[in-house]
Design a protein around this ligand. Structure first.
Ligand code: ARG
Length: 246
């Protein structure tokens, strides 16, 4: 009986991960936010978030599939059940935490201003009477609202951050406010655009987390376990280096 029990236990132990791998979790990503998420030539979603979540999921024994999803309404896809996870450089905010659950933070960020190289803007407060482009409903939008007022027509809202930057390039606005990683990446890769960036002491530290449907404790625990594992074994550092150097 002992042997049989051992054999049975063994079979269960080995087959459990196979069962666990049965479900593929659908991941919502607004893939217009390089280096965190973008589309490559093969129309695959790639980037820092993709690598981090894929590696964490592997540690947790689950499978994830990334689906390019418009930012507007991205969180609603959790509520409807169309998506299981939002991985989209999402800042964990107290407001968002009321309607969904977040993993432990996996990346630190803050806002950054982009202006034309010849701009006289030196600090955030200088944008007070200027036109500013943001991606609708982002933390950049929130920060600019605080300075200019929520309904100020000088805030130009776009469905994606590249569109907001486009507006700056075409002269429709004086500045863009968005996450530092994305702004820095754009400026570095588009030297011809002659943009410069401005940091401001008033910008608070933000942390990115992966969002799941409120109450999905099982998936949340798996993801947190995976994140902890890739941070512990050096995988996270490798991914970080790949995208941000050093
Ligand atoms: N971190 C900011 C926020 O949560 C911007 C995220 C935008 N992400 C994206 N993939 N477009 O509001």
């Amino acid at each position: 009986f002992g042997k049989l029990f051992a054999a049975l236990a063994c079979t269960l132990a080995f087959s459990a991960p196979v069962f666990a791998a049965g479900k593929t979790y659908q991941v919502a990503t607004d893939a217009s936010y390089a280096p965190f998420e973008s589309m490559n030539d093969k129309k695959e979603v790639v980037g820092f978030d993709v690598d981090v979540l894929t590696a964490a999921a592997a540690k947790a024994g689950i499978e994830v599939k990334f689906i390019n999803t418009p930012w507007e309404g991205i969180f609603a896809t959790l509520a409807t059940g169309d998506r299981d996870i939002v991985a989209s450089a999402v800042t964990i905010t107290p407001e968002r935490k009321q309607t969904m659950d977040f993993t432990n933070p996996y990346f630190d960020a803050k806002q950054l201003i982009a202006v034309s190289g010849s701009s006289k803007v030196a600090k955030f407060a200088d944008l007070k009477n200027l036109k500013v482009a943001v991606q609708t409903g982002t933390t950049g939008d929130e920060v600019v609202q605080k300075l200019l007022g929520k309904t100020n027509p000088n805030i130009k809202r776009f469905e994606s951050t590249p569109l907001a930057i486009q507006e700056l390039l075409s002269g429709g606005v004086d500045a863009v406010v968005a996450d530092n990683g994305v702004v820095t990446n754009y400026v570095a890769n588009n030297k011809g655009a002659k943009l410069k960036t401005i940091d401001d002491a008033s910008f608070a530290k933000e942390s990115y987390g992966f969002a799941v449907h409120k109450g999905n404790a099982d998936l949340l625990a798996k993801l947190n376990k995976g994140i902890a594992a890739i941070k512990a074994d050096g995988t996270y550092d490798k991914i970080y280096k790949k995208y941000f150097g050093k």
